[in-house]
Design a protein around this ligand. Structure first.
Ligand SMILES: [Ca+2]
Length: 423
C-alpha cells in the first residue's frame, strides 16, 4: 500500500447518465401514480438493484419486506475520501476531542491523538495492560460529557483475570500534556471471564443522562454462547452503567433478584457498533452474525434480540444453529440483516446536511466486506443501501462523525480516512 498521504481519492457518482436516468425514472413514476411527498425527497430511492449480488448462505425468508437486500443507492452529491494518515497500529475506536482532534485507540493497547490534518501524537501511556490476542485489545473509547472541565476518558478493553479474559471498562484523566492517562481505574468487568480471545463487543458511548452504554459479546464458544440469554451474565449484552461502573438508575431489570441490573438489552452475539439516531435519539446497534445473519437492531430497554435462539445465519461449518428458526414471539427481529455478511464494526449516524442525501443515514464500517455501508432509514426501516470506498479494499474498523461534520474512518491496515463533501 503505497498511497501517498493526503492523496485525494475522488469517490463520487461515476456517471452523469445514471443520475439522469434516476431523475427521469422518478419523474415517470411520480406521473403514473399519486405518490407521496416522501418519494420526491429521495429521487434515487428504488432506482438500483440491491448492492448484494452473491447467493445467500441460506434460503431463510426475511420477516418483512425490506429486512435485507433493499434497493441500491448512489450518492449524487460529489464527495471525497482522503487518507489522512496510514501509520496507525491496528486502530479500533475513534472519539472526538472538543477541539476537533480525534482520540484513536490501537488494538495492542496504545492510544493516540490525530489532528484534523492527520498528524499523529506519540503513544499515550498509563492505560492498564490489555490482552490483545485474537479479537481482544484496546477497543472502544469515548470522552466524558464534561471533558472540558474534568478531562476524563472512558474506554473498553480485554483484560486478563485469573479465570480468563473479559471485557472491561476503565476511565482515567487525560494529562494536561496529553502524554499519559492519569489515575486509570477499571470501573466495570463483564463477567464471567472466559479462556478464549473472541467476541468482546467493545463499543462505549454516553447517553443524555450522563450514563454509559457498553456493548459486549458472548465470547463465541459453544459453552458461553447461551450466556447471551442469561440475565445473570454480562456476555452478549448491551449494558448501561454509571461513570463509576454501577448499574445505571432506571435500567429495565433494576430491583429484580434474578437479573443483573446493568443489563439494558440481551440476546446479542458480538456488538461492535453503537450509535444514537440524531432525530429520534434511539440507540441502534450492529452485531456480527455467524455465517450470514449480521444485524442492525434498534435497541429498546429489556428486550431480547434473540441470539442464539433465532438467527439468519449458519455455523461457520454450514450446520444449522439451534432449531434453525429465524422468528419467535418475544424475540426482536433485526431492523436489517446481511447474508453473506458485512462484518459490521463501528457505526455512526450522519447528523447535519453537508451532504444532503446523507442526513440521518447510518454508516457502518465493514471488515470482511471491505467497505462502508450506507443505510437510508425511514420510520425505523432501511429503505436504501450503498457501498462506499469499496475500491479501497480496506477492512474498516470504525466510522465516526467528526466535529467538522465529516466522517472519519480507520482500517485494520492503519489508515485514517476523512470522508466529506468534495471541496
Ligand atoms: Ca438478533
Amino acid at each position: 500500500m503505497s498511497l501517498p498521504l493526503g492523496k485525494i481519492i475522488v469517490m463520487r457518482h461515476t456517471s452523469k447518465s445514471i443520475a439522469t436516468i434516476a431523475a427521469l425514472s422518478f419523474v415517470i413514476s411520480s406521473c403514473d401514480s399519486s405518490t407521496s411527498k416522501e418519494t420526491v425527497e429521495t429521487p434515487s430511492d428504488s432506482t438500483y438493484a440491491p448492492v448484494e449480488t452473491k447467493d445467500a448462505n441460506t434460503d431463510y425468508a426475511p420477516a418483512f419486506e425490506g429486512q435485507t437486500r433493499v434497493a441500491g443507492l448512489k450518492t449524487i452529491t460529489p464527495f471525497e475520501a482522503t487518507v489522512l494518515a496510514d501509520g496507525l497500529n491496528r486502530p479500533w475506536g475513534i472519539a472526538n476531542l472538543p477541539d476537533g482532534r480525534l482520540l484513536i485507540t490501537e488494538k495492542e493497547g496504545t492510544l493516540r491523538i490525530a489532528s484534523q490534518a492527520g498528524n499523529l501524537s506519540e503513544a499515550i501511556t498509563g492505560l492498564p495492560a490489555v490482552n490483545s490476542n485474537g479479537q481482544g485489545g484496546l477497543l472502544g473509547i469515548t470522552i466524558d460529557p464534561n471533558f472540558e472541565s474534568n478531562r476524563m476518558v472512558y474506554w473498553v478493553f480485554s483484560q486478563d483475570t485469573p479465570g480468563g479474559t473479559l471485557t472491561a471498562v476503565a476511565k482515567g484523566r487525560l494529562a494536561d500534556d496529553e502524554k499519559s492517562v492519569e489515575n486509570a481505574q477499571v470501573i466495570y468487568q463483564a463477567t464471567p471471564a472466559h479462556k478464549g480471545n473472541l467476541h468482546y463487543g467493545g463499543r462505549i458511548l454516553f447517553d443524555k443522562t450522563g450514563n454509559i452504554f457498553v456493548s459486549t459479546g458472548e465470547r463465541s464458544d459453544i459453552e458461553t454462547r447461551p450466556l447471551a440469554q442469561d440475565l445473570n451474565a454480562a456476555l452478549g449484552k448491551v449494558l448501561r452503567i454509571t461513570p463509576n461502573g454501577d448499574p445505571a438508575p432506571g435500567n429495565p431489570f433494576e430491583g429484580r433478584s434474578d437479573a443483573r441490573a446493568e443489563i439494558y438489552s440481551y440476546g446479542h452475539r458480538n456488538v461492535q457498533g453503537l450509535a444514537f439516531h440524531p432525530v429520534t435519539g434511539d440507540l441502534w446497534e450492529g452485531e456480527f452474525g455467524p455465517r450470514g445473519g449480521d444485524e442492525v437492531n434498534r435497541i429498546e430497554p429489556g428486550k431480547n434480540y434473540g441470539w442464539p435462539i433465532i438467527t439468519y445465519g449458519l455455523e461457520y461449518n454450514g450446520n444449522k444453529i439451534g432449531d434453525a428458526i429465524q422468528q419467535q414471539d418475544g424475540l426482536e427481529q433485526p431492523v436489517y440483516y446481511w447474508d453473506p455478511v458485512l462484518s459490521p464494526s463501528g457505526m455512526t449516524f450522519f447528523a447535519g446536511n453537508s451532504i444532503p442525501e446523507w442526513e440521518n443515514n447510518l454508516f457502518i464500517a465493514g471488515l470482511s466486506s471491505v467497505h462502508i455501508a450506507r443505510l437510508v432509514i425511514k420510520d425505523n426501516k432501511v429503505v436504501g443501501e450503498e457501498r462506499l470506498l469499496e475500491d479501497e479494499a480496506q477492512r474498516f474498523r470504525d466510522v465516526h462523525q467528526g466535529k467538522d461534520g465529516a466522517l472519519y474512518a480507520v482500517t485494520d491496515s492503519g489508515r485514517l480516512y476523512r470522508i466529506g463533501k468534495k471541496q
